[in-house]
Ligand binder design. Sequence first.
Ligand SMILES: *Cc1c(COP(=O)(O)O)cnc(C)c1O
Length: 383
Amino acid sequence: MMQHVFPTYNRFPFEIVSGNGFKLTDNKGMTYLDFTSGIGVCGLGYNVSKLNEAVEKQLGKVWHTSNLYESSLQESVAKKLGEAHGVIASFCNSGTEANEAAFKLARKATGKSEVLAFDHSFHGRTYGSLSLTGNDGIKEGFGPLVPGVSFAKYNDFAALDEINDQKAAVILEVVQGEGGVVVGDASWLKAVEEKAHEAGALLIIDEVQTGMGRTGKLFAFENFELNPDIVTVAKGLANGIPVGAMLGKKELAKFFGPGTHGSTFAGNPLAMAAADVVLDELNAEFLKGVSEKADFIKFLLEQKAKNIDAIESISGLGLMIGIHLKETVDVGKVVSLLQDKGLLTLSARGNTLRLLPPLITPASELMTGIEIITETLENILVA
Ligand SMILES: *Cc1c(COP(=O)(O)O)cnc(C)c1O
């Protein structure tokens, strides 16, 4: 039991002490197949020699330099991240900070203050990002929040009526992660983009969970051929070293000039050294492999799900998979049962068993995990 740390997390009673590839080992010597990636972070897996070498090399040079001086590492990472989409980067240390930057830039660039966000979205825990988050439960007791934020229903065309010329921005995830692995409808996403641009509002896409190859593209919005003005990333960017980035259209640079925004640790050399290698690894061939594995696994899962009472439906994009359980099945209990069988999984809103395996997991191991899940769900009591 942890007694010297605020109890803000419900923790499972074991500790992960080491990892290799797609496997993790706990303090009791139990080895797990990992379908969490540390909540969508370690896409390239654990103890990755290329990453270790890059970070070790930087460790021996300098750990921190501040942003008073030029950084060729930041420039390299920013180019690899954004060049194909005509966006430049502002670095930070987490997903919530990336969304804070996006919120600030959208207000400054448009001279407007209102932002439209969506029900069941998750954008982070700091005040700006929390204010953009469509989950009342996690806001309780923390008010007043940042004014000017309203919410509309995700995947609902009625939301278009909420996008007017008072809006600085519309912010959304193309696949809602914490919200229950809800995939945006292509035609709806496109309509939101068009309406936002018509109204002079910026489209902010939160790719903190969906980005960095998770859906078989570097960014999930590429699956829908969208053209966001601002994109936020974090989780998978440095495979576990804390980092985030806000990417924005070059035309926005004049609103984020010297002194307008920053952070002491932003673009830290260790994080940048790791991110630089992560981005090299996420090349076209690798991403194609992710898509192929994901399609195969989803097909397999959908076939099996038809005969399993406990499963209501399957959702997802790429290696971001939601297994929606019947109301009478306790998803928390399923996660525990799976742990006992050596498989780590996650839950999300809507009684969803959420799977975020490392992107490097071979198809055969993904199948093994799916078999453990279907076997467990077949044997669970559905009242
Ligand atoms: C995790 C997450 C965040 C917050 O990132 P932190 O690094 O925890 O601050 C924001 N948006 C989405 C979509 C996320 O999944």
